[in-house]
Design a protein around this ligand. Structure first.
Ligand SMILES: [Zn+2]
Ligand SMILES: [Zn+2]
Length: 207
């Protein structure tokens, strides 16, 4: 029971950390000669927020919703990996046309002896480096993947005959030993309270 609570808290922590990492600067974008810190908008950001929300659902909905997390981590990891290319493509798609429109202005500035206005420099965008937000997000994605490995079905283990039951089993299928540390009714499976003489559900005498 306590282990389940720890897993839920862990899922909530990872979800929060992943959501926060999307708003940390992932890159320093070179625009107008300035290096502008930029969070992870775009596919990587959306995919990481989607993965974060599945971690929250897992935390709130319990282990029944753990199947949600794994498929959401795949696009998040993929777009995290390709986010550099996405940024470069975004620069070429959105800023390069603006630079082209400035060509006549720059020509005029040039004839007046002024400095040309440079919004987009392909060379700088090609050399784009991820900043610490990107690394934080990557580390959390790795931790979340490890979390899903631990967050598997809980197979109860019989201390008496060493057999492994299935998730949700109250008794060993081989020898009838109760899996729960709390006393359990062998007739109906109801969990009893330490010291109970009879089952609270079916009145069978407890051992
Ligand atoms: Zn057993
Ligand atoms: Zn009972």
């Amino acid at each position: 029971m306590r282990f389940r609570l720890v897993l839920s808290l862990l899922a909530a922590f990872l979800g929060t950390a992943l959501a926060v990492s999307v708003f940390l600067p992932w890159f320093h974008l070179p625009i107008l000669g300035l290096s502008i810190p930029t969070p992870a908008w775009g596919k990587a950001g959306v995919a990481c927020l989607a993965a974060a929300s599945t971690l929250f659902l897992r935390a709130l909905g319990g282990s029944a919703l753990r199947w949600l997390v794994r498929p959401a981590l795949i696009p998040a990891a993929y777009f995290w990996w390709t986010s550099l290319e996405q940024m470069q493509a975004w620069g070429a798609r959105s800023l390069a046309p603006a630079q082209l429109k400035l060509a006549t202005v720059n020509q005029g500035l040039g004839s007046l002896g002024g400095e040309p206005i440079t919004i987009y420099e392909p060379a700088l965008w090609r050399g784009l480096e991820p900043s610490y937000g990107w690394q934080v997000a990557g580390a959390i994605l790795v931790l979340s993947a490890l979390f899903t490995l631990f967050d598997g079905p809980r197979m109860p283990h019989c201390g008496s005959c060493n057999k492994r039951g299935r998730e949700g089993d109250s008794f060993c299928f081989q020898c009838g030993q109760a899996f729960s540390e709390q006393p359990v009714c062998s007739n109906c499976g109801q969990t009893a309270i330490e010291g109970d003489a009879f089952c609270r559900h079916c009145a069978k005498p407890l051992p």
